[in-house]
Design a protein around this ligand. Structure first.
Ligand code: UDP
Length: 349
């Protein structure tokens, strides 16, 4: 019915981080680009997010500013979902697209407006149990085939939309410095300890950067901090957006020796956009994002010898091909088109 018509869509972001984020925040980047892209395509979009967010959509805020130190603390998402649902219910939207975690899904049965929900997380034990219980509640959207394959049986999948980046915002150069880069939330899942060991074995400089969240402090203190010498092994903490892009642009290789089933992994396409090869362990979405031998190297999980050897081969890859791959597969335009198609299919079902 709605095939070519503009849609009225409510987007529900998580309540803790600004859209777009000033530092850490993968989901918030995706939400920002999706909202702007939908508006550019003529849809009417209202975004429920923190009051310091910036969007081409109409912004509707309960909380005035972001509070990243409260991530996961539940009263905030409970209040935001309750506030958004009340507003949505009297606004006559065609569709709600929820990114807010678990509460939107849990209470969607009390909302008359149809809802889709992007699963931004991996199916760990907690998420698996939750989605198993609410498998038929809304139209679910996955961000990789691997992620979807780990879901409980019977999930009502409305579609799959790979994440994206605004490629033009990422600087490209084929001329690289000699440091290796590890970037992301500093935690075991992202394999910082493997990156350190690889750099030490190869005698190369490693620059690490990324937010340290409280639950991972012990990992940092025991597995990362003792190796930092400020010379060969460097940790810059949570860096500015500008420094992040500079680090990705000039790195010899981006190391991604993860130890968890990564649901998508934005950092891989950020590196590729800069023409920086990704050396990754085969976990989760990695083989869907990195073409082994073309945009990076993918080795078996926990095989540090193969990982080390792959780092030695990144000079064989053409940085221009990496950039082009992102321009072909991971653009915002493609992601927005995927979401529009999913919305229409879901409303027409
Ligand atoms: N990021 C950042 N600063 C940090 C850590 C991460 O800007 O200190 C960004 C990173 O560049 C990416 C996103 O946050 O855009 C993280 O998304 P990803 O899918 O790589 O990992 P997640 O942390 O969501 O598992």
């Amino acid at each position: 019915m709605l095939y070519n018509a503009a849609m009225r869509i409510a987007q529900l972001a998580p309540p803790w981080i600004t859209v777009p984020p000033a530092g850490y925040g993968g989901t918030e980047w995706v939400v920002q680009q999706l909202c702007d892209g939908l508006v550019a395509n003529g849809h009417e979009v209202r975004l429920y997010a923190t009051g310091d967010s910036h969007t081409a959509a109409e912004l509707c805020a309960l909380f005035p500013a972001q509070m990243p130190d409260r991530i996961g603390v539940t009263p905030y998402d409970a209040r935001q979902v309750s506030f958004a649902f009340a507003d949505i219910e009297q606004s006559g939207f065609d569709l709600v697209h929820d990114h807010s975690g678990f509460l939107g899904v849990a209470f969607s049965r009390y909302l008359a407006t149809p809802m889709v929900h992007t699963v931004h997380c991996a199916f760990d034990e907690f998420a698996y149990g939750f989605y198993e219980q609410f498998a038929q509640e809304v139209g679910y959207i996955g961000i990789s085939e691997y992620q979807q394959s780990m879901a409980p049986p019977g999930m009502d999948w409305a579609g799959l939309a790979y994440n994206a980046i605004a490629v033009e915002q990422w600087p490209f150069t084929p001329e690289k410095d000699d440091y290796l880069l590890a970037f992301g939330r500093v935690c075991e899942a992202k394999g910082f300890h493997h990156s350190i060991e690889t750099a030490k074995r190869l005698g190369r400089k490693l620059i690490m950067a990324g937010v340290l969240q409280e639950p991972y402090r012990e990992y940092f203190e025991t597995q990362v901090a003792p190796h930092i010498d400020g010379d060969q092994i460097v940790y810059e903490g949570e860096v500015s957006d500008e420094r992040k892009r500079e680090l990705f642009e000039h790195a010899h290789a981006f190391l991604f020796p993860i130890t968890w089933p990564e649901p998508f992994g934005l950092v891989m396409i950020e590196a590729m956009a800069c023409g920086t090869p990704v050396v990754a362990m085969r976990q989760g979405s990695v083989p869907e994002v990195v073409d082994d031998g073309v945009t990076g190297f993918v080795v078996d999980a926990d095989d540090l010898d193969a990982f080390e050897a792959a780092v030695g081969r990144v000079g064989e890859l053409d940085p221009a091909v990496l950039r082009r791959t992102v321009e072909q597969r991971f653009t915002v335009e493609r992601m927005v088109a995927d979401y529009e198609a999913i919305y229409r299919r879901y409303l027409d079902r």
